[in-house]
Design a protein around this ligand. Structure first.
Ligand code: NDP
Length: 286
């Protein structure tokens, strides 16, 4: 009885809206599997309350927090220290508390990089990348690819201003050569591309029949085709790409691995990645 403790360690996510965020499913499956007395709380925090919510991490002696829409950029103001890659990306999705200070990380792009290597069998170094989208996910992924030595990144986006801003950021702050093409036509993938990524929200549940407007016949079997959409994992984009003989990786790998990095930061333990992935897969089947 002497070493029994009923005290739970607290982590979670702040977002608005946040009700549909599935991270609790994988994090709690991981805690349970390692017998850790941790709770992951899905909390609605309004933009005007973010400062107070970040202060409460210390008051409640929490281990840390994930940030989702609309807090990932705004939260930078309330942190004591931000990791170098998150600083370039300009957004933080994972915070931990240490010695009364708040530290920010961005695990989205890192989760993609782990999936690229483990599920796709590829290293970024020297690779030519084509990415559709220039939002938060694309920023995180392209900065990590660039820092890992990708040679060339082509950003394709519908909104020109956003696409150009991402390319400027990559060219100014990383060693990669980046260029932009506006997405107002059926895009033909250059033959020398190594990695092709959908980083838009096209195909996300419930719009599961939608896929990016590209000329799929320009996909060649030396290319690795990646989707960031985690739900459903097998998107219409990946279905169509597979008809052309390419290898593909889905967004579930990125999602689980970015969550696994947070798990390790907060608990100090290696995350049971397969347990977490199975929990999410089961959840998305419903
Ligand atoms: P943002 O809102 O920041 O960006 C959305 C991007 O999608 C923009 O580039 C936007 O283009 C583009 N887009 C949306 N609809 C269309 C369309 N019909 N045609 C062309 N382009 C379109 O979102 P995020 O970058 O944060 O997220 C994008 C997706 O990534 C989401 O679906 C999310 O679920 C997924 N995601 C997955 C993660 C994972 O771990 N697997 C982690 C984070 C996100 P424009 O600029 O022209 O509007």
């Amino acid at each position: 009885m002497a070493d029994k403790s009923y005290k739970a360690e607290l982590v979670g996510v702040y977002g608005c809206p946040v009700a549909e965020n599935p991270t609790v499913i994988m994090e709690e499956a991981g805690f349970k599997s390692l017998n850790l007395n941790y709770r992951y709380l899905t909390m609605e925090v309004k933009p005007e309350d973010l400062k107070a919510a970040m202060e409460s991490l210390k008051v409640l002696n929490m281990k840390g927090i994930n940030l989702t829409i609309p807090h990932k950029v705004e939260v930078l103001k309330y942190l004591d220290s931000v990791a170098a890659d998150a600083e370039i990306i300009g957004a933080v999705n994972t915070v931990y508390v240490k010695d009364g200070k708040l530290y920010g990380e961005n695990t989205d792009g890192k989760g993609f990089m782990i999936s690229l290597k483990e599920d796709g069998g590829l290293e970024a170094k020297g690779k030519k990348v084509v990415i559709f989208g220039a939002g938060g996910a694309a920023r995180a992924i392209t900065v990590e690819l660039a820092l890992a030595g990708a040679s060339h990144i082509i950003v394709i986006n519908r909104n020109e201003e956003r696409g150009l801003a991402l390319v400027k950021l990559l060219n100014d702050k990383t060693p990669v050569k980046a260029e932009f093409a506006v997405w107002d036509h059926i895009f033909k993938v250059p033959e020398d591309a190594d990695i092709v990524i959908n980083s838009t929200s096209i195909g996300l549940y419930p719009n599961i029949d939608e896929k990016p407007e590209i000329d799929y016949s320009t996909l060649k079997n030396h290319m690795l085709v990646c989707d960031v959409i985690p739900n459903p994992p097998q998107t219409a984009f990946l279905n169509e790409a597979q008809k052309y003989g390419v290898k593909t990786i889905d967004g579930l790998g990125m999602l689980v691995n970015q969550g696994a990095i947070g798990f390790k930061i907060w608990t100090g333990k290696d995350a049971p990645v397969n347990v977490m992935k199975e929990a999410l897969k089961k959840e998305f089947e419903v």
